[in-house]
Write a protein that binds this ligand. Structure first.
Ligand code: SAH
Length: 268
């Protein structure tokens, strides 16, 4: 099979072909001899081969596409440190134990990139089993992840991901660095789990719910939606020193964490 002609659009297959960019991405991970690596969507193994060159202790390569998995097994079979797994990343991270202090790489399929990120935030045990995520997103999605309050990009994605992760932007990647060429440019971000978190939310699903309700009318003031959350109890806004005549994008991230903690305090 010629992997450069093969493409399943539904699986977001755009293969990174620029060697310089591949090397820059790998460098971010600081891979050492005793590292364990998890790669999301190994595709035709462009990144995987470069990771192998660094000779880490173990590499898990997760690829949903059966044909690509078979191709990878032939291409990389000589290496006994790699385990190639034909699975959906969203399933396997719930069931398989990869060990500890894992470094995760992924040039993510665009259509499920935010879902993948969300699932890396939701582990019950925190800090989780990974120490670093090095992930490539569509540029517009990365802009939303790193956005600050009062900007038009600011929203749920940024609130959720900054709650438990320290996020760093590394560089943009032109769409010309891929084959087949996607319609959009990309950005590489890295994420480190926060070891200590002042905002001790018990269930991440509550933060998701609170932000969903409060962002349901982006253009409108939050008062109605806030009162819906708290059964009309206005004094809660006062407790939180929160003005209800603001738009959702004008509240700080920390305020969303506080609102969620308050919600958990009252409704379990
Ligand atoms: N890492 C390669 C390929 C990136 S394209 C490179 O940089 O060149 C994204 C890859 O993710 C594709 O190979 C696609 O088949 C795979 N993929 C898509 N959805 C997936 C899922 N849910 N779980 C695991 N892999 C997936």
């Amino acid at each position: 099979m010629n992997s450069f002609i093969y493409q399943k659009k539904s699986l977001g297959q755009n293969f990174l072909i620029d060697k310089n960019i591949i090397n820059k991405i790998i460098k971010i991970g600081n891979v050492e001899k005793n590292s364990t690596i998890l790669e999301i969507g190994s595709g035709n193994g462009n990144l995987t081969s470069k990771i192998i060159d660094l000779n880490p202790k173990k590499i898990y390569a997760i690829e949903k596409d059966k044909k690509l998995t078979d191709f990878l097994k032939i291409k990389l079979q000589k290496n006994n440190k790699i385990e190639i797994i034909n699975e959906d990343i969203l399933n396997i991270i719930k069931i398989k134990n990869f060990g500890k202090n894992i470094i995760v790489f992924g040039n993510l399929p665009y259509n499920i990139s935010t879902q993948i990120l969300a699932s890396f935030i939701q582990f019950e045990k925190w800090p989780p089993w990974y120490e670093l995520l090095v992930l490539m997103f569509q540029k517009e999605v990365a802009d939303r992840i790193i956005s600050k309050e009062s900007s038009s990009n600011f929203g749920r994605l940024s609130i959720l991901s900054n709650w438990r992760l320290d996020i760093k932007k590394h560089f943009d990647v032109s769409r010309n660095c891929f084959f087949p060429k996607p319609k959009v440019n990309s950005t590489v971000l890295s994420f480190k789990p926060k070891k200590k978190n002042k905002f001790n939310i018990r269930n991440p699903k509550n933060l998701e719910m609170v932000t969903r309700v409060l962002f349901s009318n982006r253009r409108k003031m939050i008062n109605k939606n806030f009162l819906k959350l708290f059964n009309g109890n206005k004094s809660i806004a006062e407790d939180l020193s929160l003005k209800l005549n603001q738009r959702p994008e004008d509240l700080s991230k920390e305020m969303y964490y506080k609102i969620t903690m308050k919600y958990e305090e009252l409704f379990g």
